[in-house]
Ligand binder design. Sequence first.
Ligand code: T5A
Length: 210
Amino acid sequence: MAGLFLSFEGTEGAGKTTQIDRLEARLVRAGHAVLRVREPGGTEIGERIRAVLLDRGHTEMAPWTELCLYVASRAQLMRERILPALEAGAIVLCDRFGDASVAYQGGGRKLGRGRVERLNAWATAERRPDRTYLFDLDPRIGLARIRAGRGAASLDRLESEALAFHRSVRRAYLALARKEPDRILQLDAALDPDQIESLIVADLGPRLPR
Ligand code: T5A
């Protein structure tokens, strides 16, 4: 399939959105066709699922329900937007994708990596990102960035989880990076934003369509 599928992963407040903003602007300036989407969400149905998932009032949500909702949003996004864009030759920038379920639900909620990966494969027609940028950061720093930017009262249901949960998520992401070094590039998200941008641009350059 033509096109280039990039995903951006990491724990809370690691700086993905900041870098996707920069990369999207750079790619559009260079004349590339770009589709930017986020998970959960990115479609009308997915945005409604997102609202259910992130609602802080939903404290009773079971981990399997949570996983199924993330996967449902992903299945819709894949069919409705990502696969058609890739078929048309676009560069897809996806703010979180299947690895997030492996890390958050597989690792954080302890549902297990293998089961989450099997669900992901089914939901995504087995199309995985060509390259994944993993923003690695101590969760205490990421959560402090969010509190400083948005205020503690605005933390969503997942962000409000205990530090131990966020540490498990980080460990699961790092395990994924060790398992798939050809796909996942681990970045030190404590670096200055300009330095992180340079690392991504240098890595991406040779992969871009001519
Ligand atoms: N989730 C998601 C699952 O549990 N399972 C799944 O399968 C999926 C797909 C999504 C939530 O759902 C969970 C994960 C999440 O908890 P979201 O609102 O989309 O929720 O959350 P995030 O993707 O985590 O977005 P955030 O905005 O929280 O984090 P970002 O995008 O990583 O960070 P960003 O760029 O917004 O930056 C945060 C702050 O830090 C500053 C920025 O200016 C901003 O103030 N910053 C830096 N500061 C210092 N140095 C740097 N290098 C900086 N880069 C940015």
